[in-house]
Write a protein that binds this ligand. Sequence first.
Ligand SMILES: [Zn+2]
Ligand SMILES: [Zn+2]
Length: 153
Amino acid sequence: MTEPPHRGSCLCGGIRYQLSSELRATTHCHCSMCRKAHGAAFATHGGVQKSDLQLLAGADMLREYRSSPTTTRSFCGQCGSQLFWRKSDEDWVAVALGTLDTPFEPRKQRHIHVRVQGDVVHHTRPMASIRKVVNPGSNNARLPPMAHCDDST
Ligand SMILES: [Zn+2]
Ligand SMILES: [Zn+2]
């Protein structure tokens, strides 16, 4: 695992960012809003303090969408990459880990909002195994309260 700072960018490369602290609470969210926003079976995020996220380029390209009253999702206006989401009443921001350009190996990860119906990954893995912590070797990472993106599933 590389030490911070991590760096990331959107698909077109117009937006680049840096994280000055380690990502915490790696979460694979299967909620309907993350699925639609990312066009994927689930979306994977890690959290940092808002003050630890710095945009290096492309701030003028960043677009925002308020997907629920307190949740705002940020994405590239040119290529559509989903980059961040944050809640208005929290001091951390969730970073879409698929946009990282630096290696990151989470100490712990979890799946949330996993449902039997309407979730395309359930054909391959039973509920019990998908809910398990994937890296059981280290369980020291204390998870900040970022289990939910939007309150809707
Ligand atoms: Zn872009
Ligand atoms: Zn979600």
